[in-house]
Write a protein that binds this ligand. Structure first.
Ligand code: DQA
Length: 146
């Protein structure tokens, strides 16, 4: 099994970016925790981050036949990007939408998601822990669960 942890715009700034909203953990620390978690499950994990919508589309397209699941924090593109919606729909790789913050407890413009209709589920509000929660959920989804 191979998972992709994909992060969109401004998530490279985690740790210093509005820590009262997103916490003090850096993206490198999150990726490190995910790598350790993956090895405990015996799965492989890859990491990508881009601030550019088209690059994220390219990364999703290139995942077809390579990754079995995608954990995707699309940042603000969640709320704006039909192109990312279409990219996920086209590759037919199970995708979990992820946010560190509870977007539904925030401004109304964060309540709509273009990714939700093409995701198998959504994890939000658990900060940096959301990434390993999403990996667990994806693993159980792929293995068939109970
Ligand atoms: C975010 C929530 C988005 O609304 C915001 O634009 C982000 C981060 C989160 O992880 O909580 O960039 O995806």
């Amino acid at each position: 099994r191979s998972l992709l942890i994909l992060n969109g715009p401004n998530l490279n700034m985690l740790g210093t970016r509005q820590p009262e909203v997103y916490g003090g953990t850096t993206l490198a620390q999150i990726e490190d925790a995910c790598a350790k978690f993956a090895s405990s499950f015996g799965i492989s994990v890859s990491f990508e981050q881009s601030n550019h919508e088209g690059t994220l589309v390219d990364i999703i397209q290139a995942s077809k036949g390579v990754h079995d699941g995608i954990v995707f924090n699309a940042g603000a593109y969640t709320h704006t990007s039909l192109a990312l919606h279409d990219a996920i729909a086209s590759v037919e790789i199970p995708t979990i939408e992820l946010h560190l913050s509870n977007v539904h407890a925030r401004e109304p413009f964060r309540h709509h998601s273009y990714l939700a209709p093409v995701s198998i589920g959504l994890i939000c509000g658990f900060g940096a822990n959301g990434y390993t929660l999403a990996m667990t959920a994806m693993h159980q989804h792929l293995e068939g669960g109970v």
